[in-house]
Design a protein around this ligand. Structure first.
Ligand SMILES: [Zn+2]
Length: 425
C-alpha cells in the first residue's frame, strides 16, 4: 500500500503530465510495480557478428576461415529466399557449429537478423543446405499517453515518456485542424491511445494511433481511426465527419509565420507600401515544403522576384503558389500530379527575399485569398450504412483514452488532490 501511496504523491508532484504503460497499470495497482528485469538476451548477444561496411558477407565469412565452398553453398541455398550477395552492411547474424562450444568445428548453420520480425535461417540438414525465412508473430497491445504543453509539444511528449515519433503522428492526425508549427499554446493538452507491436512480449514498434484528443483554450479536436474499407482508413470526429480537409493547414511542418497576408504592407526591400498577398513561413534552407492539396503542377521554374517557384492547380477553383525555393523535389515539373502532403520542394532564399523563408499564396477563383482565414470543405464523412458501427467504435475508443492528468491522480489512486499538484503548471 505504501508503494501505491508514494506513486500517487509522486504523480501529484509531477502534476502536469502522466503516462501509463497499459490500462492495467491504472486499474490494477499491482501492475504499477517496476517491470521484471529483462531476462531475454539482447539482439547483440544473440547475433554477435555484423556485416562490416564496404564489405560483403562472402568476404567476411572467408575471413572467418569458413571455406569458400561452404560460403557458396550457403549463398546458393538462400537464393530462393534472399540474395545474400546484396545483404546490407550492418546486418547481424549468428553461426551454428557441429559442436556449439567449439568454433573450430564444422559450420552447420547461419541465422540473419533483419528486423525484430524478420530473420533468415540457413541450415545444413543431411548434408544439404536449406534456407528458411522466419516471420515472428506480431501481437499488438494498446498504450495510452497524455501530456500538457509547457514549452513545446516535443517537450510534452518527453515528459510523458512517449516516443517523439508519436507526437509527429499526433500532429498528422490533426494536420487539417491545427498548424502545429504556430498554434501550439502553453496549457494545451493532449491524450491518445496507440497500438504497440510486440514480438515475444517485447515492444518492436508502433502501429496506428487509435484515438486522440487535442484541447486548447478555445477548441477541442477529437480524432477516431476508422477503416471504411480494405486499405482505406482515416480519422473522424465522433459525429462521423472526416478530419481530412481539402487543404492542409500549413505547407511546412515546423516553421514560424514571419509575415501574414495583408492588402497593405511596407516592403522591407522595395521600401514602399505594397500588399503582401501571401503568408511567409520562416524556416531553415532545405526545409521540405508540402503540397497543401492534391493537384497538378501548373508551373515549376524561376520567375523574377519570386525566385524558384511552384504553382499548383488543385481544381477549377483553387490554386496555390510556393516561392523563393532552394530547389524542387524529384519529379516536380509542369504537368506532374501531386498529392496532398507530398514534398514538392525545399525552403530557400531565391529571388527578392530578405532571408530563408517560404512565401505561400492561395488563390480562389483566380483571386488572392488569405489561407489562414479560410475554412475548407471536408472529405467524405463515414458512409451512412457504417455510421452505427462507427458510433460503437467511438464509444470504445474514447473510453480507451487515458483520463486527463489531474483527474487521474485523484481518481486512480483515491487520493485527495493536494500539494503542488495539478494546477498552475
Ligand atoms: Zn512573402
Amino acid at each position: 500500500m505504501t508503494a501505491i501511496v508514494a506513486l500517487g504523491l509522486c504523480l501529484g508532484w509531477m502534476g502536469s503530465f502522466l503516462f501509463q504503460f497499459s490500462e492495467e497499470t491504472i486499474n490494477n495497482p499491482v501492475a504499477a510495480a517496476p517491470p521484471p528485469p529483462n531476462i531475454l538476451p539482447s539482439v547483440e548477444e544473440l547475433y554477435p557478428y555484423v556485416v562490416p561496411p564496404r564489405s560483403t558477407l562472402g568476404n567476411l565469412l572467408r575471413e572467418m576461415e569458413i571455406s569458400p565452398q561452404v560460403v557458396h553453398q550457403i549463398v546458393e541455398a538462400a537464393k530462393p529466399v534472399n540474395d545474400l550477395g546484396r545483404i546490407k552492411p550492418g546486418t547481424r547474424f549468428q553461426l551454428f557449429y557441429a559442436n556449439q562450444k567449439d568454433e573450430n568445428s564444422e559450420v552447420t548453420g547461419i541465422k540473419f537478423y533483419f528486423s525484430p520480425i524478420e530473420m533468415l535461417e540457413v541450415h545444413k540438414v543431411d548434408q544439404k543446405w536449406t534456407a528458411q525465412k522466419i516471420t515472428e508473430q506480431v501481437e499488438t497491445r494498446v498504450m495510452t499517453f497524455s501530456g500538457k504543453v509547457k514549452s513545446s509539444l516535443w517537450e510534452s511528449a518527453a515528459e510523458a515518456k512517449m516516443d517523439p515519433n508519436l507526437i509527429a503522428d499526433l500532429a498528422e492526425v490533426f494536420a487539417w485542424q491545427m498548424d502545429f508549427s504556430r498554434e501550439i499554446q502553453k496549457e494545451d493538452r493532449w491524450r491518445l491511445s496507440v497500438e504497440q507491436k510486440m514480438v515475444k512480449g517485447q515492444p518492436v514498434g508502433w502501429g496506428s494511433i487509435l484515438a486522440a484528443e487535442y484541447e486548447n483554450a478555445t477548441q477541442k479536436f477529437v480524432g477516431i481511426l476508422y477503416r471504411t474499407g480494405e486499405n482505406q482508413s482515416g480519422y473522424y470526429s465522433p459525429d462521423g465527419t472526416s478530419l481530412r480537409r481539402m487543404f492542409l493547414k500549413s505547407p511546412i511542418r515546423y516553421g514560424r509565420i514571419s509575415s501574414r497576408f495583408s492588402t497593405k504592407r511596407f516592403h522591407p526591400i522595395l521600401q514602399y507600401n505594397r500588399p503582401h498577398l501571401g503568408v511567409d513561413f520562416a524556416a531553415p534552407i532545405g526545409t521540405p515544403i508540402r503540397a497543401v492539396g492534391d493537384g497538378t503542377i501548373a508551373e515549376a521554374g524561376v520567375r523574377g522576384g519570386a525566385g524558384k517557384m511552384i504553382r499548383i492547380r488543385h481544381n477549377s477553383e483553387y490554386a496555390t503558389a510556393y516561392k523563393h525555393l532552394n530547389g524542387f523535389a524529384k519529379g516536380i515539373r509542369s504537368g506532374a500530379r501531386v498529392q496532398q502532403g507530398q514534398i514538392i520542394g525545399y525552403v530557400g532564399n531565391t529571388g527578392i527575399s530578405t532571408g530563408p523563408h517560404l512565401h505561400f499564396e492561395f488563390f480562389q477563383g483566380g483571386r488572392y485569398v488569405d489561407p489562414l482565414g479560410k475554412k475548407f470543405p471536408s472529405a467524405e464523412p463515414i458512409p451512412a450504412n457504417q455510421l452505427a458501427q462507427f458510433k460503437t467504435e467511438v464509444t470504445t475508443h474514447i473510453a480507451s483514452l487515458p483520463d486527463w492528468n489531474e483527474d487521474k491522480v485523484g481518481k486512480a489512486e483515491g487520493l485527495p488532490q493536494q500539494g503542488p499538484s495539478s494546477s498552475g503548471l
